[in-house]
Design a protein around this ligand. Structure first.
Ligand code: AHR
Length: 328
């Protein structure tokens, strides 16, 4: 918070000018580095951050890193030079943040993380993290598949003895990808039905629709009718994969069971159209709690190191009813 300057008021006009100048000067200034616009989810997250900043009366310096960690590091360095009150950012990948966060610490600027996790050598390099529990999201995804396969007595399409799963992973090194992968694998290993499943292939689609489509095309070429289930680590890649599956003459959501993560409107529409089976929510509406936490940090109040937002699981049969209530 910058210290407001007092102007000597001469006459009513000058008093009003002084008041509005003081208000502008009193605003908390936050520098925020977003990773880009790779998905419907990310757009919702960015819109929410901007709207929440306005609601909380924050002056937001927003920077889009266009999917590059080096751009995030540059943006954070600029925020330090600008002497912002607090720095927020979404770590595109988990590692590689120590040096720049030490620079922020030396400049005595608190750092608040949003959405993804990071690994640093010293936890005091950031104050807190607001985000989602992506490990649990991965577990929920496998558990839903397991229940669905069991409940529907689904048998392998190729007549074999394994339900074959392919996985579209998110950005390499991103916590949302790593954690969802670990959660999914752990739930599979813990399942009493674990011998019923095989993971045929797992490859990154970088959390984008275009890459999801491209990688699914190559899965279909290599494994054709062996594929029973697609677990896509986000909805955008699932939506791209749906196009690849249709182009291959198969019915997404029927021939191949499709489970995504995020719960964005595009995936609800795909479920309503019978082309996808379930989405595990990853809630992008983190702006309000982010700025509340930022204000507490700047007021010297204690905050939790990790805060998770609430998230649900939405199977296709709930889609039509839930769709009109979705905010993103
Ligand atoms: O970090 C959250 C993930 O990033 C979302 O699942 C995905 O859609 C986004 O790009």
């Amino acid at each position: 918070m910058r210290i407001s300057k007092t102007l000597i008021a001469v006459g009513l006009g000058a008093v009003l000018a002084a008041t509005s100048f003081a208000q502008a000067e009193d605003k908390i200034v936050i520098g925020f580095s977003q990773i880009g616009a790779e998905s419907e989810w990310r757009t919702a997250n960015t819109n929410d951050v901007k709207a929440a900043a306005e609601k909380h009366g924050i002056e937001l310096k927003f920077s889009d890193a266009q999917q590059k960690q080096e751009n995030q590091i540059k943006a954070i360095r600029t925020f330090i030079a600008q002497k912002v009150d607090l720095i927020g950012f979404v770590p595109i990948v988990e590692t590689g943040w120590d040096n720049i966060l030490r620079e922020a610490k030396r400049a005595k600027i608190p750092v608040l993380i949003m959405d993804r996790d990071l690994k640093v050598s010293d936890d005091s390099l950031y104050v807190a993290k607001i985000g989602t529990d992506t490990y649990t999201e991965g577990k929920k995804a496998f558990n839903w598949i397991d229940e669905y396969i069991t409940k529907t007595n689904r048998t392998p399409r190729n007549g074999g003895d394994k339900i074959n799963i392919v996985i579209l992973e998110g950005t390499v090194g991103a916590s949302a990808a790593t954690n969802r992968g670990h959660g999914f694998n752990d739930a599979l290993a813990e399942s009493p039905n674990k011998d019923k499943y095989a993971i045929l292939a797992s490859q990154t689609g970088d959390f984008t629709r275009a890459k999801g489509q491209e990688v699914m095309e190559s899965f279909l070429k290599s494994y054709g009718k062996d594929i029973d289930v697609l677990f896509s680590q986000n909805d955008d890649m699932a939506l791209g994969a749906i196009q690849a599956i249709e182009a291959a003459g198969l019915q997404p959501g029927k021939d191949i069971i499709i489970v995504g993560c995020d719960a964005v409107k595009g995936m609800f529409q795909a479920m309503i159209d019978g082309k996808a089976n379930c989405t595990i929510e990853c809630n992008p509406l983190q702006g309000d709690i982010f700025f509340e936490t930022a204000k507490k940090i700047l007021a010297g109040e204690p905050v939790e190191k990790s805060v998770y937002v609430e998230e649900g699981v939405y199977p296709a049969e709930t889609a039509a009813e839930v769709f009109p209530t979705r905010k993103y």
